[in-house]
Design a protein around this ligand. Structure first.
Ligand code: A3P
Length: 280
């Protein structure tokens, strides 16, 4: 298991896609004012959001970007930032990095940041299945083993709770907007509209409707091979809210409630996540 994790500044990352060379090169990455940045903890629905943004850019400007790089900025080879300089604007960038580890130029150049969160129970459940369904990532022998690693932040990209606590302090910053997986599930068209407004796009009602239709779990799963190749199948597992109930024991559920309360009880992020609705 440890062979597949690589540590950088104390945080574990998946060794096959992350390296010290790439992290070092990332320090001098230059973000642009019109970059569209998606920040999320793993398994919160980032690929969904990236797809919606691609569709939004394409629908409103007819520019189809060749997505030749992994959209996650910290993944891949260190030369990728040179190649990304050639990309036309607006570039869609994604990352799972902790707030403190984001490239400083994102803030300096005032790129807009869309922060995506998903309730921690479904996030953990999805993360567990991802590990066990995907080649070249660590496999866990049991859900119990993964749950304890997740609770202790000993999983790729570190602790959900650390990331959530950090973002909770910055939700009202300029150029930051938060959206949740659960909000998107509840009303995708309304989510697309809010996202479009935030990034300064003006799609028509019909355009919003068709982006939402193409962004449904069913529609995306059907196109998964075309969009993502062979990994497509593992990215679209269930796409539901509340699937955690199939994995968590009552004791684990209570343990997470206590941890969440300790870290985020009474916060704005707790209200955004509607913890009591989706995690009980
Ligand atoms: P599940 O494992 O619960 O199914 P990420 O892209 O950040 O890795 O997140 C992956 C999760 O988002 C998976 O959750 C996946 O099924 C879900 N997902 C992807 N596309 C989706 C869509 N269009 N609608 C709902 N959920 C989606």
């Amino acid at each position: 298991l440890d062979d597949l994790l690589f540590f950088y500044q104390g945080i574990p990352y998946p060794a096959p896609v992350c390296s010290a060379e790439t992290f070092q090169a990332l320090e001098i990455f230059e973000a642009r004012r019109d970059d569209m940045v998606v920040v999320s903890y793993p398994k919160s629905g980032a690929n969904w959001l990236i797809q919606l943004l691609n569709d939004l850019v394409f629908t409103t400007s007819q520019t189809k970007h060749e997505n030749v790089e992994l959209p996650f900025i910290e993944c891949g080879d260190p030369e990728k930032y040179q190649r990304m300089k050639q990309f036309p604007s607006p570039r869609i960038l994604a990352t799972h990095l902790h707030y403190d580890k984001l490239p400083k130029s994102i803030f300096k150049n005032k790129a807009k940041i869309l922060v995506l969160f998903r309730n921690p129970k479904d996030t953990a459940a999805s993360f567990f299945h991802f590990h066990n369904n995907t080649p070249d990532v660590p496999h866990y022998n049991s859900w119990d083993q993964f749950f304890s690693a997740f609770m202790n932040g000993k999983v790729s990209w570190g602790s959900y709770f650390d990331q959530a606590v950090a973002w909770n302090r910055h939700l009202e910053d300029e150029n930051v907007m938060i959206i949740t997986y659960e909000d998107l599930k509840e009303n995708l068209a309304s989510g697309v509209k809010q996202i479009a407004e935030f990034f300064g796009f003006s799609p028509t009602a019909e355009q919003i409707q068709s982006i939402a239709e193409r962004g449904s779990f069913q529609a995306m799963r059907e196109r998964s091979q075309e969009i993502y190749g062979s990994v497509g199948a593992t990215l679209f597992r269930k796409g539901a809210v509340g699937d955690w109930k199939n994995l968590f024991t009552e004791a684990q559920s209570q343990e997470m409630d206590a941890k969440f309360k300790e870290c985020l009880g009474g916060t704005k992020l707790e209200a955004h996540l509607k913890y009591d609705v989706y995690c009980k």
